[in-house]
Design a protein around this ligand. Structure first.
Ligand SMILES: [Zn+2]
Length: 370
């Protein structure tokens, strides 16, 4: 028997093949088939069909429907459904609907595979520099930001910073306050800062921010930067050793409280200052940069006096220092009392008091920090 193509159909384009099936079917039946039969395999099953049956007829007869695949965005969400056609194969090769089947042919329908949208890569020069991630000092490193995103969805896939030079340390010092807000101490620390025209960065605990939203709003109103210090402040095990889903929850729950209170949560300080490359990546994926510190007067230490705290800060600071203090988590009266001496001492050295910047989180390829 001759192998006849009854209808010329684009090979490999299932949409066209299936549309052509009906016409082929009608033509085939009108032409009349022989009464003898042949055995073919359809979708793995051995079946008898009338001599002269075409691929298109077999598709209808046995209900073969190759499913079309979807176009997905970078997160796996469907951008366009059913745009990658499935295919009909005879003996493993794409075949047109009009192909007359031969004894022993194997007919198969192959679903269209889901496709991911293409990626675009942009390189943005950052001559002014970006803070390191994790950040230990007030400094900026010049370089390029390589941003990869979905070509259609524009969803961010990764942002990597490639430094092109040494970090430039600023003639600034950043005071940071952790573990608040505290109804007892935060208002008094804010009052002292305001009286001395100083600004600071507060890393607040999510559940406390939720309990005392007015204090966070007051921090923002007074020009302070508010960062994320996790939701529950888990301390055991070390933060970077938490199971990844829990770690992400701590970061994102803390951030969502801050967003609700009008702060842009760009900075994350892990409880206990524990960090790791995986934690940096997890925070960066949630749009946050890890901020640690370079000067720790251990103001939380029981019995530490105000003068001891101030002395430890002032003997350790240099341009670019980030100082960790606490406005919550215990009796903070020594910290409060040390604050004026700390601020005046910093200014006597002609260093500016700054809050930490809101630059977006990046993953840093080069080693950063001390
Ligand atoms: Zn803390």
């Amino acid at each position: 028997m001759a192998r006849v193509r009854k209808v010329g159909v684009g090979v490999g384009v299932a949409g066209v093949v299936v549309v052509a099936v009906v016409g082929v079917l009608a033509a085939g039946r009108m032409g009349g088939g022989g009464s003898s039969s042949l055995t073919v395999t359809v979708a793995g099953r051995s079946v008898d069909v009338a001599d002269g049956t075409t691929l298109g007829e077999a598709v209808v007869q046995f209900g073969l429907h190759p499913r079309a695949g979807d176009l997905l965005d970078v997160n796996g969400k469907v951008l366009r459904a059913g745009v990658v056609p499935g295919r009909l194969l005879v003996d493993g090769r794409p075949a047109p609907a009009g192909l007359t089947l031969r004894d022993g042919d194997r007919v198969a329908a192959v679903d269209g595979k889901d496709r991911r949208e293409p990626l675009v890569r942009r390189v943005v020069s950052v001559p002014g520099g970006l803070p390191a991630d994790p950040q230990y000092t007030v400094s900026r490193t010049p370089g390029e930001q390589v941003i990869v995103s979905g070509a259609l969805s524009h969803e961010l896939v990764s942002a990597q910073f490639h430094p092109s030079g040494a970090a430039r340390v600023e003639r600034s010092v950043a005071l940071t306050f952790d573990d608040g807000p505290s109804p007892q101490y935060t208002p008094r620390i804010l009052a002292t800062l305001t009286r001395l025209h100083a600004r600071a960065t507060f890393f607040v605990i999510g559940y406390l921010a939720a309990a005392f939203p007015k204090l966070v709003r007051r921090e923002l109103r007074l020009g302070m930067t508010v960062g994320n210090h996790s939701y529950n402040h888990p301390e055991v095990p070390p933060f970077d050793e938490l199971p990844p889903p829990l770690l992400r929850d701590e970061i994102s729950l803390g951030a969502s409280i801050l967003s609700r209170l009008g702060a842009r949560p760009r900075l994350f300080r892990p409880p206990g200052g524990s960090t790791s490359p995986a934690l940096v990546r997890a925070a960066a994926a949630l749009g946050q940069r890890i901020v640690l510190w370079s000067v720790d007067p251990a103001d939380w230490s029981p019995g530490r006096s105000a003068s001891a705290i101030a002395k430890r800060v002032l003997s350790a600071i240099r341009p670019g220092s980030i100082v960790i203090l606490h406005d919550g988590g215990g009796n903070r009266s020594a910290t409060l009392a040390a604050l004026p001496a700390i601020i005046r001492g910093i200014r006597r050295r002609h260093l500016h008091l700054v809050t930490l910047g809101p630059e977006p989180a990046t993953t840093q390829d080069a080693a950063a920090g001390p």
